[in-house]
Every structure is written in structure tokens, then in C-alpha cells.
Design a protein around this ligand. Structure first.
Ligand code: BG6
Length: 506
């Protein structure tokens, strides 16, 4: 099979990247290795500079030594490791409390000094810090004058991780608070699913091919499933997860982004603003359930003990940092509908869960049956196994796209069997090991918002799940745990589709 190279872009714009939470897990496991991978691919400007801010009382020298160790441990590619080692020698470090204005004043001085040595005034502030500090950091930066873009002479951007708020009201408040300090174009709200090649490929598949778009509507599509199942439990994140749960953690962000890419109308261009407009339009068309409708369209679950990869794993309530009687859901499934012409009566089923049977993130599109009466009992003498055509976006693992269709089994009778045409990324493209953050970091430096969530998208997504959050928040779940670790989730999730005459894939 022929191998194509990955496309080579221009180096990112020069800038100083200030990382709040420099000594944390995210930086050492994902951000710094991603910077190293970009550097070894020739995508970093030679003037690129990192300033780390953290509460640890390290000195710059001891911090550089720590980073060198991290490179050894977390950067896989040898060229990237070489770039990373060199870069550590230029890292500056500020130890300080994120709620103390003195930290931002020290940062401001440091940036001024660095700017005397470098020729650019661009700065990116990356918040790799706990979400509750987002507002404090933005306020501190603003008070130190660090968000001023000098009438477009330079850029000053903030990059924030999810969760962006905890519900609709808090997301609105956060947007309001940040937008009082800076413009929307300065804010980059990360949804790391948008950095996944296979998620970006949904746009290419839909709009760069003539074949599918004409049938991408209610006349041909029966329903859509968007499923993100994980084998992992809560690992070391119990403290965070127990307050958040599966719905908040995955649905108003990652799954809703996938839904909008699948369901949106063609954008005027690939410009991020045009794409945001279309995503927002389709999210506005998602019917918001009433509180009374929640029990018929939403299912929650929590895992009990079970066996995964031949290993016994404990129930959720026995995991570290989880309350013994915790009512937090580790599984959520929703049935949504989109109130527009294209998606009339086409349900979108969303599902996500921890400790499930396999790690699979997939979008599945089931088409309506074709002229199957030809293959019914009367015509060919035996009841045929006519399956609907199914298109699958394998987001991860085994990244690719496949189409299931019916074919004749060789032999003297007209017997049918579903088979698959499959495209796998690994058959065509040489892709270096990556953390998934490379594209995201690169786009923050080039100023492209395509892979980030806009203020309105975030609020629209929270609005869709708000009645479910309210209903679940006001009534204790019964029968938790209700699925075994290593299974496909609670029976009620199967029933959600079965009552419509459908079932979950795979
Ligand atoms: C994160 C969630 O946003 O996404 C995690 O907080 C989840 O709970 C993770 O495990 C899934 O991401 P990925 O890229 O591993 O599928």
C-alpha cells in the first residue's frame, strides 16, 4: 500500500510561552513532549522561549535539571529529545502563588527582560493549572498589563484547559469574567478531541468527497451513534472526577464537538469563524429536553467490580479519593434530536463510560434499509441477512474510516453477508509518535481558532445537558453500581435504543 508523507507546515510564529502549572503532570507528560516533537519537526521558531510558573520553591537551575529528567522519561523520539534537552537550558522559572499579584509583577519584569534579548513581544499564557484558578490568573495578568496587544502590534493569548465551567451558569459567568479582561480572539479554549486527526478528518470526509454529502440527511440516515468508551477507571483523578462525573467530563465538550462536526451544514470556508458559526447553528437546533423528558432520554450508570484484561478491578466506590456512597455517574448515555430539515426524526445516541469492555471512540452512521424486499423470503427461497449499511469513523484506537455493506456469499444461492471496506491511517501515513497536543499548541502560536471552542459553543453545549444535570442532581440514583467493570454499561442504556428498535454498535 502506498505511503503518503504528512504535510509540512510553516514554523509557528515566535513567542514566549508562559506555562502556569509548569511542574504539573500535564506539562511533563503532554505539553513539553509536544513542544519537543514540534521542535524536531522544524515547526518552532528559533526565538521560542518558555517561562514556567509554579508554586514549587525550585530555582531555575534545579528546575532545568528536573525538566531534563522529564525529557528522558516522556519524550520518545530521539530527535525530539535532543531538541527538548537544548530547550531546557533556556527555560526561565518563577516560583509564586497564583493568587498573589507579586507573581504577575515578577512575570512582567521577566518578560520585559526577555524581550530585550528577543525581537518579538508575543506571549501565550498557558493555564495548565487547576480550573478554579482560571479567573485569578486572568485577573493577575490583566492587572500587570500583560494582556495588552498594543493595538495589534503583538499577540497576547490565553490557553485554557477544560472543564470550562461546571454548568451553564458557571460557564456563562466565566466567559463574562474573561471577556471583561480581554477579547474573544485572545482566548483559546482547549478541547483536545479537536486535535485528534480523525476528528478533524470528519470535515474532510464530508466536504472533500462528493459521494456522501448528498445522502447525509434524514432521507438516507436512520440514526447516528457517538460513543467514547474507556477501559481506564478514574486512576489518580478521583478527587476531580467524583465532583464532575461522566456527563460533565465528556459530553458537553468532546462528544458535542463530534456531534456538531457530523451534523453541521457546509461552512462558507474553512476559516475558524465560519466553522464556529455552523457548529453553533446546529447546536442551537438540538432539542433541549424538559426535566420531565430526562428519564426517557438519559441513562446514568456507575461501575461495580469486574474483570478487565483478566485482572480483577474494584468498584468505583472503592477507588482512591472516591466517597464510599458516591452517587457520581461513571457512565452516561443520551438520546438527542436535532430540530432541522437535515436531521428530521434522526436520533443521535451519545454514550460514554469508564471501565467498559474496550477503549473505543467511534461515530457510527447507520443508513436506512435499501431495496431489501428483493432479498426477502419469497424471492430467493431463504430469509436473507440484509443488514443496514453502516459508516464508521474510528476515532481511536485503530484510527480510520470503514463502510459496512452487504455482499453475495460465493456459491449457487443468493445469500448475503455484511462485509467491510476499511481505510486505516497506518496503511497510508507515517506519523511520528505524538501526545495529541502538537496541533493544539501549534495552532495557538499561529492564532488559528479552528481547534478551539468559542464562547457561544461552550454555552450552547452546556444548555443542552443542563436539564439532565438538574434532574440527576436533584434525585439520588437507584441501584448503583449498575454495570460491571469490563461490560458495555448498564442494561438501561441498551433499553434506550432497544425501545426504538435499535442497538449499540459494535
Ligand atoms: C478527558 C477526560 O477530557 O478526556 C478524561 O477528563 C478522559 O476523563 C479523557 O479519560 C479521554 O481522552 P482520550 O484522548 O484519552 O480519549
Amino acid at each position: 500500500m502506498s505511503q503518503s508523507k504528512t504535510q509540512q507546515a510553516r514554523p509557528a510564529d515566535p513567542c514566549i510561552m508562559v506555562i502556569f502549572g509548569m511542574s504539573g503532570d500535564l506539562t511533563k507528560r503532554l505539553l513539553y513532549p509536544a513542544i519537543c516533537n514540534l521542535g524536531s519537526s522544524g515547526l518552532m521558531d528559533p526565538q521560542f522561549q518558555i517561562v514556567g510558573v509554579a508554586t514549587d520553591a525550585s530555582t531555575t537551575d534545579s528546575f532545568r535539571q528536573k525538566m531534563k529528567q522529564n525529557v528522558k522519561e516522556f519524550v520518545i523520539d530521539p530527535d525530539s529529545a535532543r531538541y527538548g534537552e537544548q530547550l531546557t537550558d533556556s527555560i526561565e522559572y518563577i516560583s509564586g502563588n497564583f493568587k498573589d499579584q507579586a507573581t504577575y509583577d515578577a512575570l512582567s519584569k521577566m518578560i520585559q527582560t526577555l524581550q530585550q534579548q528577543k525581537t518579538n513581544k508575543n506571549v501565550i499564557f498557558y493555564f495548565a493549572s487547576p480550573p478554579q484558578l482560571m479567573r485569578d490568573i486572568a485577573v493577575g495578568l490583566n492587572a500587570a498589563g500583560l494582556l495588552n496587544e498594543e493595538n495589534g502590534k503583538c499577540f497576547r493569548r490565553i490557553v485554557v484547559e477544560k472543564p470550562f465551567g461546571n454548568d451553564l451558569a458557571s460557564a456563562r459567568q466565566l466567559n463574562h469574567d474573561l471577556l471583561a479582561l480581554m477579547d474573544e480572539h485572545q482566548i483559546f479554549r482547549i478541547d483536545h478531541f479537536l486535535g485528534k486527526e480523525t476528528v478533524q478528518n470528519i470535515l474532510a470526509f464530508r466536504f472533500a468527497n462528493a459521494l456522501f454529502e448528498p445522502i447525509w440527511n434524514h432521507q438516507y440516515i436512520d440514526h447516528v451513534q457517538i460513543s467514547a468508551s474507556e477501559v481506564l477507571g478514574v486512576e489518580l483523578r478521583g478527587g476531580y472526577y467524583d465532583k464532575v462525573g461522566a456527563l460533565r467530563d465528556m459530553i458537553p465538550n468532546h462528544l458535542m464537538q463530534m456531534l456538531s462536526l457530523i451534523a453541521m451544514e457546509p461552512p462558507v470556508s474553512l476559516d475558524s469563524q465560519h466553522i464556529q458559526v455552523e457548529k453553533n447553528k446546529v447546536l442551537q437546533a438540538v432539542k433541549i429536553p424538559t426535566r420531565d423528558q430526562v428519564s426517557a432520554m438519559a441513562v446514568r450508570g456507575q461501575y461495580g467490580a469486574g474483570v478487565i484484561n483478566d485482572k480483577q478491578v474494584p468498584r468505583y466506590q472503592d477507588e482512591a479519593k472516591i466517597a464510599p456512597q458516591s452517587p457520581t455517574e461513571t457512565f452516561a448515555a443520551l438520546k438527542l434530536s436535532i430540530d432541522n430539515w437535515r436531521w428530521l426524526n434522526v436520533p443521535f445516541y451519545l454514550r460514554t463510560g469508564k471501565r467498559m469492555k474496550t477503549r473505543t471512540t467511534e461515530v457510527t452512521i447507520q443508513f436506512k434499509p435499501g431495496a431489501s424486499s428483493l432479498f426477502s423470503d419469497g424471492n430467493v427461497g431463504a430469509l436473507q441477512n440484509v443488514q443496514p449499511d453502516v459508516l464508521r469513523f474510528n476515532i481511536q484506537p485503530n484510527e480510520g474510516i470503514s463502510l459496512q455493506f452487504n455482499t453475495k456469499i460465493p456459491g449457487t444461492t443468493m445469500s448475503l453477508q455484511p462485509v467491510e471496506m476499511a481505510f486505516k491511517y497506518k496503511d497510508y501515513f507515517n506519523v511520528k509518535p505524538s501526545t495529541g497536543y502538537e496541533t493544539i499548541l501549534y495552532e495557538t502560536m499561529t492564532g488559528n481558532h479552528l481547534l478551539f471552542s468559542g464562547a457561544e459553543t461552550v454555552e450552547l453545549s452546556w444548555a443542552i445537558v443542563e436539564p439532565v444535570l438538574e434532574a440527576w442532581g436533584s434525585s439520588e440514583p437507584t441501584g448503583f453500581p449498575n454495570y460491571d467493570a469490563g461490560s458495555w454499561g448498564p442494561q438501561a442504556a441498551d433499553a434506550l435504543l432497544n425501545k426504538d428498535g435499535r442497538k449499540w454498535y459494535p
